[in-house]
Design a protein around this ligand. Structure first.
Ligand SMILES: CC(C)(COP(=O)(O)OP(=O)(O)OC[C@H]1O[C@@H](n2cnc3c(N)ncnc32)[C@H](O)[C@@H]1OP(=O)(O)O)[C@@H](O)C(=O)NCCC(=O)NCCS
Length: 160
């Protein structure tokens, strides 16, 4: 658990949060996950779900979902609800996760991000991630045109 200087608390989420996490995910991504998906993540020993909470009684304002297998970890999803953005929650969730992964001896953290997602790319660059690859037209387009490319980004945690 970690408390940010602006009062938000970062902590593991439980089953009581899955509906609000599903709503948050749907509001941030085109293909939203349901509460059932989040319930399955909570049962998966390789998945880690952390939320950012404005206070004890509030629903999560953001979350980070990681998959950790052996000495590698992957960001599966990260989202912050619109009215809580630019308050350091995305960076705070990632920072806490990176510190925990470092303590566990995990060596690399990787992710895929839409190259047009300026906010997320900036956030990951600021955290020290490097672009190590690209997947062409990875994100499906609704209009039949070629989809956006995905950047593959990686952080060498052992060097942090
Ligand atoms: C990407 C996202 C998680 C960032 O969350 P956030 O809590 O607003 O980010 P933070 O406040 O921690 O910002 C940290 C840094 O990221 C960068 N950043 C964040 N939002 C940005 C924006 N809209 N434009 C440019 N840079 C941005 C900045 O470098 C920022 O540092 P600064 O505020 O000191 O300038 C959030 O915009 C979001 O949920 N987007 C929709 C879902 C998504 O795209 N998830 C990522 C999928 S890979």
């Amino acid at each position: 658990m970690r408390v940010l200087s602006n009062g938000y608390t970062l902590r593991k989420v439980g089953l009581d949060c899955i509906s609000s996490l599903a709503n948050l995910h749907k509001s941030a991504f085109q293909r939203g996950w349901g509460a059932h998906d989040f319930a399955l993540f909570l049962q998966d020993k390789h998945m880690r779900l952390t939320g950012a909470f404005p206070s004890k009684r509030h629903d999560p304002a953001g979350f980070l979902l990681l998959r950790v297998v052996a000495d590698e970890a992957e960001v599966i999803s990260l989202a912050v609800s619109r009215r809580h953005r630019r308050k350091g929650l995305g960076a705070g969730l990632m920072d806490m996760a990176i510190d925990e992964l470092y303590d566990e001896g995990v060596k690399t953290l990787h992710l895929e991000v839409d190259e047009k997602n300026r906010a997320a790319v900036r956030l990951y660059e600021q955290l020290g991630f490097d672009i190590v690859g690209e997947r062409k037209a990875y994100y499906p387009s609704d209009k039949g045109s070629a989809g956006n490319n995905a950047l593959i980004m990686q952080l060498a945690i052992a060097d942090e």
